[in-house]
Design a protein around this ligand. Structure first.
Ligand code: AMP
Length: 454
């Protein structure tokens, strides 16, 4: 099953042309599992992290179904937790469906409703939506969901974390009972399990590995105090060979302030946090993706599901609140066929969560002291959790920075080196698809034409 080619999936040639244009040569494991089942019209419970290729895993069967049948009514509804994720899924629909004449529209808040209503009035067979704005349109009578044939809930666990479950249930009440449902989550907390039981009919479960962080990611903890974190980060960035780096903070305020501090230190950095307008958030993501920024400082909610390939390092400036959040964060690195590193700054109070993460990983995470860093009176405890049960899998151990360098070489990124600090203006890379350092997105086709639906 896993050695399937796209040609063997019997996709319509117009759909297959989209796959080719996107540059996909072989289905990823989740695609190889999910696509044949979804093509049969069956419900799917997909347990997969972001970065596994799950979007195409549900989009291709949707396009295949929609290529025949009526044009005009909303026939596939994809619900996602954040605007960024909705926008990405929408782009995937546009990319893969480019030869199908199937129309898609993205529906989310933070932008005006008018163009969304116009696009719906013109007719769109695929709607990718965030729950709140979708319900607004339902209540305004500007969208008719009575002819939906396929419902996708993407990152259902995130939607649950964000308190969207009541909205999801309200949306589902507007859908035909007879439909196909594809349900994706990276983790299965109890509420999600209950919801999946309620709405899936005789589903086939597809799962990529255990629900644990990607195995291509190596993890390191840096015990530190809160007051030393900023200096530690600056030293760490100086000493490490990195590509694109995502840095996570606990709050919007800390993200904004840290991005400002890094900018003052002459890093090419953008912040991504919930207080920013949708426009500015998108600019930050596009800039990070396109190579204009090397560092993205983000909060959990703002960064969920963002598809930026080739992130070499995730740095948890603040420990997340839950194991799930840790898994989501580090899902940004070590994506399809790549390896990455997760560095986490821990204060003593984080130890309980560290143990839980180690239990999920099945291995003790290495504690590191940054060489030559002035810890003052603080003595980092690099021995903590020694009493942890014997690991089933050995935690990756390496000399600091060495693995990053190897990863970089494996990815043939000649630019991989300590993040450059600019003292001079950088060339604007807006017109250079490879970005100023010759970065080329690995699997993404060139940016699609401007959104015709808005
Ligand atoms: P996703 O998990 O859907 O966010 O996808 C993660 C990344 O994998 C995206 O950049 C996709 O474009 C890319 N991708 C999806 N399917 C494939 C494939 N079959 N081969 C290579 N890359 C893929």
């Amino acid at each position: 099953m896993l050695s399937l080619n796209f040609e063997e999936l019997n996709l319509n040639r117009c759909v297959l042309a989209g796959v080719k244009a996107a540059g996909y040569t072989k289905p990823t494991p989740i695609q190889a599992q999910a696509i044949p089942i979804a093509l049969k019209g069956r419900d799917v419970l997909g347990l997969a992290q972001t970065g596994t290729g799950k979007t195409a895993g549900f989009m291709l069967p949707i396009l295949q179904r929609l290529i025949t049948g009526p044009r005009g009514p909303v026939r596939a509804l994809i619900v996602a937790p954040t605007r960024e994720l909705a926008e990405q899924i929408y782009q995937t629909a546009v990319d893969l469906g480019r030869n199908t004449k199937i129309r898609s529209v993205a529906i989310y808040g933070g932008v005006s409703k008018g163009p969304q209503v116009e696009a719906l009035n013109r007719g769109a067979e695929i709607v990718v939506a965030c729950p709140g704005r979708l319900l607004d349109h339902v209540n305004d009578g500007s969208i008719d969901l009575s002819r939906v044939e396929v419902l996708v809930l993407d990152e259902a666990d995130t939607m649950c974390d964000m308190g969207f479950l009541p909205d999801i249930r309200r949306i589902i009440a507007h859908l035909p009972k007879k439909r196909q449902t594809l349900f994706f989550a990276a983790t299965m907390p109890n509420e999600i399990r209950v919801l999946s039981k309620e709405i899936l009919h005789d589903p086939t479960t597809v799962q990529i590995g255990v629900i644990a962080p990607a195995k291509t990611v190596s993890h390191t903890l840096f015990p530190v105090t809160d007051a030393l974190k900023k200096r530690l980060l600056l030293d760490l960035l100086q000493q490490t060979a990195t590509g694109r780096v995502m840095i996570f903070t606990r709050t919007k305020h800390r993200a904004r302030r840290l991005a400002g501090d890094l900018e003052n230190a002459k890093y090419r950095v953008a912040a991504l946090q919930g207080n920013m307008t949708q426009n500015r958030r998108q600019q930050a993501i596009n800039g990070f993706r396109g190579g204009k920024y090397d560092l993205l400082v983000a909060t959990d909610v703002a960064s969920r599901g963002i598809d930026v390939s080739d992130v070499s390092h995730v740095i948890n400036f603040d420990m997340p609140n839950t194991v799930d959040a840790y898994i989501h964060r580090i899902g940004r690195t070590g994506r399809v066929e790549q390896s990455g590193e997760a560095f986490t700054f821990t204060v003593p109070e984080d130890e309980v969560l560290v143990r839980k993460i180690e239990a999920v990983l099945g291995a003790r995470i290495e504690r590191r002291r940054l060489p030559d860093f002035d810890y003052g009176s603080f003595t980092p405890d690099t021995q903590a959790s020694r009493s942890h049960p014997t690991p089933e899998r050995e935690a990756p151990r390496h000399r600091f920075g060495e693995q990053a360098l190897k990863n970089a070489q494996r990815r043939r990124r000649p630019h991989a080196r300590p993040v450059a600090r600019s003292t001079q203006p950088r060339p604007d890379n807006q017109n250079n698809p490879q970005g100023p350092r010759g970065r080329r997105p690995r699997w993404r086709s060139p940016a699609p034409a401007a959104n015709p639906a808005r």
